[in-house]
Design a protein around this ligand. Structure first.
Ligand SMILES: NC(=O)c1ccc[n+]([C@@H]2O[C@H](COP(=O)([O-])OP(=O)(O)OC[C@H]3O[C@@H](n4cnc5c(N)ncnc54)[C@H](OP(=O)(O)O)[C@@H]3O)[C@@H](O)[C@H]2O)c1
Length: 298
């Protein structure tokens, strides 16, 4: 049977953080969660955009509980201050939706010296998850959802040049970051199970969804997005299924059913061999701990 947000359980009394929630898939994920009664924290780098998104959600669901809290995932300082403020002011966290992302920008390094896509898409979320884990671990039925992509097939983890200092491929760097997100989701699940923590780690991808993500795409490719892409609301469904589906298990990966996973209703999907390489996942985890200084589940 097709999973549908209408059939998902009521979320009253639960709290979710959605990163990059001011626009695109993050916004539609936050909107749907708020509509189900969940308190939603919009974790965004631009406070004005976050506030505008909050007002838009409230205009749809006037009784919704929606808060904004500043978070720039490409800054470890910002990630630490977000996690510390959230942990001080909340006793639990039911859902962490690691959604924010950028795709194929010109080369730059983050303030911590990381390639920008790896920083925002993966390393920031790695650190955020580790810092919020104590709260997630003590919350019954909590879940962490990590956004990957069909683009996890585009690259590998360049352990010899993680930050593309020897020559930048914007496509390769996006592929690497999304492969890292997927390897992380699987490795996190294995480590949670080993530690006896009941929090589930689940991965999701939207297929192709028409959002702002394609802003750096070459023009001839940008036309492809609206032709095959689904709406942001449809693209958010695999994330929502991963977060709320009652048949979801730790380590599942959710994506669209049709057109080689580019569009359609959310189902459990498979992923490539590299994403399931446990030796590489362990190496990536250890490297991520070293780079971010956030150590957990060792
Ligand atoms: N759309 C697709 O077809 C597609 C396909 C596969 C995977 N995905 C994944 O889905 C996720 C959401 O993408 P989208 O399509 O919704 O893109 P989008 O419309 O461009 O939205 C991206 C969101 O991430 C935020 N963001 C970017 N860098 C950030 C940072 N350093 N700190 C905090 N927030 C940051 C953006 O904030 P600003 O508004 O301030 O820039 C925005 O809210 C990404 O992880 C992407 O890789 C999307």
């Amino acid at each position: 049977m097709t999973w549908n947000i209408n059939g998902a359980p009521d979320q009253k009394g639960r709290i979710a953080i959605v990163t990059g929630a001011n626009i695109g898939l993050g916004y539609d994920t936050a909107l749907a969660l708020a509509g189900k009664g969940c308190t939603v924290v919009l974790a965004c780098r631009n406070p004005d955009k976050a506030q505008a998104a909050r007002e838009q959600i409230l205009s749809r669901y006037p009784k919704a509980h929606v808060k904004c809290q500043a978070l720039d995932l490409s800054s470890l300082k910002s990630v630490r201050s977000f996690a510390s403020a959230f942990s001080k002011s909340h006793k639990k966290l039911d859902l962490l939706i690691n959604n924010a992302g950028i795709m194929m920008p010109p080369f730059s390094l983050s303030e911590d010296g990381f390639e920008s896509q790896l920083a925002a898409n993966y390393l920031g979320h790695f650190a955020l998850t580790g810092l919020l884990l104590p709260l997630l671990a003590k919350t019954p039925d909590s879940r962490i959802v990590s956004l990957s992509s069909l683009a996890h097939n585009w690259g590998d983890i360049r352990f010899d040049d993680l930050h593309f200092k020897k020559g930048y491929s914007k496509r390769g760097a996006y592929g690497q970051s999304k492969l890292a997100c997927l390897m992380f989701a699987y490795e996190l699940n294995r480590r949670l199970r080993r530690a006896g923590i009941k929090t589930l780690s689940v991965a999701a991808h939207p297929g192709v969804a028409v959002t702002n993500l394609a802003q750096h795409f070459p023009k001839f490719l940008a036309v492809f997005f609206p032709l095959v892409g689904q709406s942001a609301a449809s693209g958010a469904l695999p994330t929502l299924y991963a977060a709320l589906g009652e048949d979801i298990d730790g380590g599942d990966y959710c994506g669209p059913r049709h057109m080689r996973q580019m569009r359609g209703a959310p189902v459990k999907v498979g992923s490539n061999r590299a994403s399931r390489d446990q030796t590489a996942a362990k190496r990536l985890w250890e490297l991520s701990e070293e780079l971010t200084g956030v150590r957990f589940l060792d």
